[in-house]
Design a protein around this ligand. Structure first.
Ligand code: ATP
Ligand code: MG
Length: 198
């Protein structure tokens, strides 16, 4: 089993995530991609209110239900506390010693990786797949990863940050994220008063 490990806050999940995962799967010949929903994303500490992890996970699960090869994982929510990819890879490796793990990141996340918790351990736990992201250079020398796999996707200037601003400003969401996610935003009145906390 070649398993993609795609971490994120998914607040909310959008088309950029889905296209990134599909193209990572293609480029690295992955059997499946796990969307790992962060419990507490440490990068976002103190910057804004993150939606309840169980609700983000529920929406990701509902969206991925109908998409072959993509699965939602609550491994970081069950672990609790701050979410570090290194702990997730160790846990997956222990549970499935026979799987080959591929850490899937967008180019913006790839640039941040040297600041991640115990970053130096990552390259012995997984191979790296980098997907291009609008507005960021795609680097191919990350930490001491040996030949990261570069997955190409169409430039989609879609981010959860922009979608939250769209909700707040009553601008259209249609086609930028799955209908299921739009419905969940409506039902749970998410992002209405999203403000940056400093
Ligand atoms: P936010 O704006 O809140 O940071 P986001 O859109 O960046 O949200 P995340 O949950 O932070 O979404 O990202 C999860 C992963 O998906 C990261 O590796 C990120 O680089 C990747 N990703 C998100 N959107 C895109 C996109 N439009 N194109 C390529 N990769 C993406
Ligand atoms: Mg992000």
């Amino acid at each position: 089993m070649r398993l993609g490990v795609f971490g994120g806050t998914f607040d909310p999940i959008h088309i950029g995530h889905l296209v990134a995962a599909q193209n990572a799967m293609h480029a690295a010949k992955l059997d499946r991609v796990l969307f790992i929903v962060a419990n507490q994303p440490w990068q976002k500490e103190g910057t804004r209110e993150v939606t309840d992890a169980h609700l983000r996970y529920l929406v990701v699960t509902q969206v991925l239900e109908s998409i072959p090869g993509l699965d939602a994982s609550d491994i970081e929510i069950r672990r609790g506390g701050l979410s570090y990819s290194v702990d997730t890879l160790i846990e997956l490796n222990t549970a499935h010693p026979d799987y080959e793990l591929f850490l899937v990141v967008g180019a913006d996340a790839a640039l941040q990786m040297p600041t991640w918790e115990r970053a130096e351990e990552l390259s012995r736990l997984a191979r790296l797949v980098i997907v291009n992201r609008y507005g960021y250079p795609t680097i191919d020398n990350v930490l001491d990863f040996d030949e990261p796999i570069l997955a190409e996707m169409p430039w989609l200037d879609i981010s959860s940050t922009d979608l939250r601003e769209r909700v707040r400003d009553h601008r259209p969401l249609q086609f930028l994220l799955p209908e299921t996610a739009i419905d969940a935003i409506e039902v749970h009145s998410l992002y209405r008063g999203d403000e940056v906390i400093n």
